[in-house]
Design a protein around this ligand. Structure first.
Ligand SMILES: [Zn+2]
Length: 173
């Protein structure tokens, strides 16, 4: 199933267990956005999933390991913030490489394996702001963006979330 994002991006994943997360997202969105219109942006010009959220055999470690995010194909792409928020962490992790965590209400969105960062800790960012350049840092076989989303500390499937906020976006137009 291909999914159209407002700025012509596509998410080619079917949605599983969508309903509970969808409802969580709808409950959270009013807390994130007090404005009338929901401000959202795709993190990349094109969202091509190379590894979905969930159980998998890790491509480098070759052991079963839960994938707490989704991987999108990249090539020196400028990464944009999905939502308005505050940069609460920037740094390097041996698995995630250079990464950024942006907090938006109850949500934390993590952008990983970046080549370089275009923001600093404590910066306020708007949806669509340039936050980094994609890369291949950390434990990574090829350049990609790893995107993780936590709701109150629990990881959710980012694809389900992106679908939910897109639906909400269109409902407010
Ligand atoms: Zn990943």
């Amino acid at each position: 199933m291909f999914y159209k994002f407002p700025n012509s991006c596509y998410i080619g994943r079917s949605i599983t267990h969508a309903l509970p997360v969808y409802l969580i997202c709808l409950l959270l969105i009013p807390k994130i956005h007090s404005a009338q219109q929901l401000d959202i942006s795709s993190p990349l010009p094109e969202l091509k999933v190379t590894s979905p959220f969930g159980k998998r055999i890790h491509p480098i470690l070759e052991i079963p390991k839960f994938h707490y995010g989704v991987d999108f194909k990249c090539q020196s792409d400028t990464i944009k913030s999905i939502l308005n928020g505050e940069v609460i962490f920037t740094g390097h992790h041996r698995y995630l490489g250079n990464y950024i965590t942006i907090k938006s209400g109850e949500l934390e969105i993590i952008y990983a394996h970046l080549n370089s960062l275009l923001i600093q800790i404590n910066d306020q960012v708007w949806a669509g702001d340039n936050i980094g350049i994609s890369g291949n840092t950390g434990l990574s076989t090829a350049e990609h963006l790893h995107l993780s989303i936590k709701v109150k500390g629990r990881y959710i499937d980012p694809i389900t979330f992106l679908k939910a906020i897109q639906t909400q976006h269109f409902n407010t137009l």
